[in-house]
Structures are given as structure tokens and as C-alpha cells.
Design a protein around this ligand. Structure first.
Ligand SMILES: [Zn+2]
Length: 271
């Protein structure tokens, strides 16, 4: 599943190239997770102003309205001056005068939704519940600690829920907790301020590093320029059950929390 760094890498791969492009036609394929919400014909002639990101949504800002794009479980976006004929898993072509933005999504959990503005009910329905962005200045260590103090659930599922800080998916939550030396089962409200500070810094570091490295995947994420992500090769704990901890050589353990696999070092990560 594409996580926040993959979505950010995707954004960086085409945002500059598509800015200023005029929409010629929007062609939709098979139904995606939600309907587009507008007649595609009405987008003809609209100009793409920028590509923003909110959580795992990409916001294609137009001179009137915006398109919200989500990669779902298996989606990828590719912007290219020309594209081959759409295949059976290509479900959106946004044809512009600078190239074609194509959504390839075999499982069709992705989405392309039009909204008249970011403040509209259509956009709010998808974006309104999202927590703060971990990679911009709004992610504050003090506020993070205060929010954790309100939660009695274990820290890992609290991070995954996305309403305190958005986009910390399964891989990055495991990695950040390892980096901060915190056991994933520790209840969120028990984190001291210094440990919450370390976790805050670890979340920023692990996500920023993944973006720098081009995103990650356990399957076959490929950015819109065709580069495969490789963060997984450097994972400290994720996917390494039974292998020695890189710091202390204790075998990494795994457990299931909220139906998601969690990996941790029983020596380096404390309750
Ligand atoms: Zn260890």
C-alpha cells in the first residue's frame, strides 16, 4: 500500500511539470472507490496551478476547483508527454497540453474526486478528519504529547489512526517506535514528555528519510518517473522478525495489533 512518503515522492515526480498545463479532456475508466462528482466535460480548459498533498491525498489545484487523487491499495500515477493505449487497470487519464496524467490501479481502491474548493463539503468529507502533517511546521512536539495523553490505547495503533498526526502508516510507525526506543504496546497516555519528544523527532526523521530515498514498498511501488523505492532495504525492524537487531543483536519480534503486524526489538524498545 502506498504510504505517505510514496505519495509525496509521486507528487514531487510530476508537480513541477504539470503546473500551468491546460486540461483537454478527463477520461475515466472503471468505477473507483468514489464517483468523480462532476461531468468530466466541465473540466475542459481548466488550468492546473499546483499539486499539493494532504495526508495520502494529492490535490490537483485547478484555476476553478480541484481534483483529489488517492492511490488506494495499489494505485500509481504517471505523468508523461504521451501514454500508450490504456490497459485494463488504467482508470483515469487526465489529458493536458503538457502530457497525460494516468492512474493505474489494479484493485480500484483509489479515487479521483472533484471538489469546487478545499473548504467545500466534498473536500471536507475526505480531508476534514485528518491530523496534522508530519512533514510541515504544524507538527508540534508539545501538542503531540498533549494529544497522546488523551489516549489509553497502545501507541502504535494510535499513530496509525491518523487523527493526531496523519500518514504514519504501518512500516513507518514500527520504524519510528524503534528509533525512539518505545515498545509498540505501551499505552499512549503513559509516554513521558521526553519520550514523546523522541518519538516526534523519530516520526519526522523516518518519513523525511523515506521521501529522500524515493519512497518504499513491500510490493512494487514505482514512482511516476519509474524509480523503485528502496527504503525497505534499510528497515531496522519492519519485516525482520527473527533477524538480529542492528543495534543489540537480539532477535526482532513481531506481534499483531489491530490486525496489523508490528515489529520491535524487546531489548531496545522499553515499556
Ligand atoms: Zn535491539
Amino acid at each position: 500500500m502506498p504510504e505517505l512518503p510514496e505519495v509525496e515522492v509521486t507528487r514531487l515526480s510530476f508537480a513541477a511539470r504539470i503546473a500551468g498545463a491546460r486540461v483537454q479532456i478527463l477520461r475515466m475508466g472503471k468505477p473507483l472507490r468514489w464517483p468523480l462528482g462532476v461531468d468530466p466535460q466541465t473540466l475542459r480548459g481548466r488550468q492546473v496551478q499546483s499539486v499539493q498533498r494532504r495526508g495520502k491525498y494529492l490535490l490537483l489545484m485547478l484555476d476553478e476547483g480541484l481534483l483529489l487523487l488517492h492511490l488506494g491499495m495499489s494505485g500509481s500515477l504517471n505523468f508523461s508527454p504521451s501514454q500508450p493505449e490504456p490497459g485494463p487497470h488504467d482508470h483515469m487519464d487526465l489529458v493536458t497540453d503538457r502530457g497525460v496524467l494516468r492512474l493505474h490501479d489494479p484493485r480500484r481502491f483509489g479515487a479521483v474526486v472533484w471538489a469546487p474548493s478545499e473548504a467545500s463539503p466534498q473536500a471536507h468529507k475526505l480531508l476534514g478528519h485528518l491530523g496534522v502533517e508530519p512533514l510541515d511546521g504544524g507538527f508540534d512536539a508539545l501538542a503531540f504529547h498533549a494529544a497522546l495523553r488523551q489516549r489509553r490505547a497502545p501507541i502504535k495503533p494510535v499513530l496509525l489512526a491518523g487523527d493526531i498526526v496523519v500518514g504514519v502508516g504501518n512500516i513507518y510507525a514500527s520504524e519510528a517506535l524503534y528509533m525512539a526506543g518505545i515498545r509498540p504496546t505501551l499505552r499512549a497516555h503513559k509516554l513521558s514528555r521526553p519520550r514523546a519528544d523522541r518519538l516526534h523527532a523519530a516520526i519526522v526523521e523516518v518519513l523525511a528519510r523515506a521521501v529522500r530515498q524515493g519512497g518504499s514498498t513491500l510490493r512494487d511501488f514505482v514512482s511516476a518517473e519509474g524509480k523503485t523505492g528502496y527504503f525497505q532495504l534499510e528497515a531496522a525492524v519492519y519485516g525482520r522478525a527473527g533477524l538480529p537487531c542492528r543495534a543489540c543483536s537480539t532477535p526482532i519480534r513481531s506481534l499483531v495489533q489491530g490486525q496489523r503486524s508490528t515489529f520491535y526489538c524487546p531489548t531496545c524498545q522499553k515499556h
